[in-house]
Design a protein around this ligand. Structure first.
Ligand code: ATP
Ligand code: MG
Length: 355
């Protein structure tokens, strides 16, 4: 079978992840290489909460699972970084990742497959480690022992030619060695506070004055403004200071920053994303024989309200939409005409308490 090219992969991922072209491209190229059986540098994704990191991981899982032939190309697991810290404290670093990879490989190859074959398949899988910022080595100046251990556990797992691993009972038990140099790791985290600490560094801290005000036009006036984008200023030292060890970071070839989502992107996510609250609610009303539709200005108003809560990213859409729709869900009878429930800007304003 031909290996899909990055463009085809990116097209598929873009159906679920909107407004994150850089991250999608990086992921698509890495996945194309990985599926072709080539070595790929590990990826670290950094992006504010609710901007699509977990969604991108799920999109890759979904993309592979949707095609039976592709599904058999790579064992994929997704794991929460905290799990690594817990097991490292119990003296079994890396066990959860390898154990899950082995299970996935066995599901793919069938229970009759020889253990060597299952091990070989598992050792060139794809490992997503989510919430990797939770394993920082210090929090508020205090050492975070589970985090330190978890980073060490990941170090053991990444690019190691001989990891001692205790085989599960179905594989005959006993200790074997696993070569993990064919694994692809994609780690992601929100790294809350990183934005502020880098901003402080270049404005009032060590590199004070590095960020200079720029002259921009705003509402027809010339104004001086500090334009700060994390991607322009982020350095490895900022991540060390955050609590990711230099050895850990050196295992990543690419650090990819996800974008904060604009109001326009929130509109698209609301209207187009397959797991949007809008579609779920439309399905609910459809099950009761009612067609739900929102006017474009109503949608834009919801997205604008959501963008006022940047800490939540696209998650805010769900919360804002719930405030708009909850009374109609309870009793739509007064608002439905001819089997349709149409919500326009005034209804949204009323529900949000802005009129
Ligand atoms: N770029 C995006 N494209 C489409 N949907 C998105 C995007 N970003 C977020 N969403 C939607 O918002 C919700 C939360 O997104 P997701 O779980 O991917 O956030 P995250 O970046 O992993 O955040 P956190 O750091 O808090 O884990 C999901 O339900 C998803 O549908
Ligand atoms: Mg997430």
């Amino acid at each position: 079978m031909k290996t899909p090219d990055p463009l085809a992969i990116a097209n598929a991922l873009n159906r679920r992840v909107l407004g994150q072209d850089d991250a999608v491209r990086e992921m698509a190229v890495a996945l194309a290489k990985h599926l072709a059986g080539l070595r790929v540098g590990n990826i670290l994704m950094i992006g504010s909460s609710g901007t699509g990191k977990t969604t991108l991981m799920r999109a890759v899982e979904g993309y592979l699972a949707a095609d039976p032939e592709l599904a058999l190309r790579s064992a994929v697991v997704r794991i929460h970084a905290n799990v690594l810290g817990d097991e490292a404290l119990r003296g079994r670093p890396g066990e959860a990742v390898l154990g899950r990879l082995l299970e996935r490989a066995r599901e793919q190859l069938g229970p009759a497959a020889p253990v060597e074959q299952v091990l070989a398949r598992a050792s060139c899988g794809l490992v997503f480690v989510d919430e990797v910022d939770k394993i920082r080595s210090q929090v508020g100046g205090q050492p975070n022992v589970p985090g330190i251990r978890a980073q060490e556990a990941l170090l053991t797992l990444i690019e190691n030619e001989a990891i001692a691993y205790e085989l599960p009972a179905w594989a005959g038990g006993g200790v074997t060695t696993v070569d993990s140099s064919g694994l692809l790791f994609v780690c992601a985290g929100a790294f809350e506070g990183l934005y502020d600490s880098v901003f402080d560094r270049v404005t009032i801290g060590k590199d004070r004055g590095a960020l200079r005000p720029m002259t921009v036009m705003e509402s027809g006036k010339v104004v001086e403004k500090l334009v700060f984008r994390l991607r322009d200023w982020l350095r490895n030292e900022d991540l060390f200071d955050y609590g990711m060890s230099p050895q850990f970071l050196s295992r990543f070839d690419a650090v990819v920053l996800l974008n904060d989502l604009s109001t326009d992107e929130l509109v698209s996510i609301f209207l187009e994303s397959p797991d949007s609250a809008y579609h779920q609610t439309q399905a609910y009303f459809a099950s009761r024989g009612i067609h739900l539709a929102l006017s474009p200005s109503a949608v834009r108003r919801i997205a604008a309200e959501a963008s006022r809560q940047p800490r939540l990213g696209a998650r805010a859409l769900r919360e804002v939409f719930r405030r708009v729709i909850r009374d109609y869900e309870y009793d739509p009878s007064k608002a439905v005409t001819g089997g349709a429930l149409l919500i326009d800007l005034p209804e949204v304003e009323r529900a949000l308490g802005t009129v």
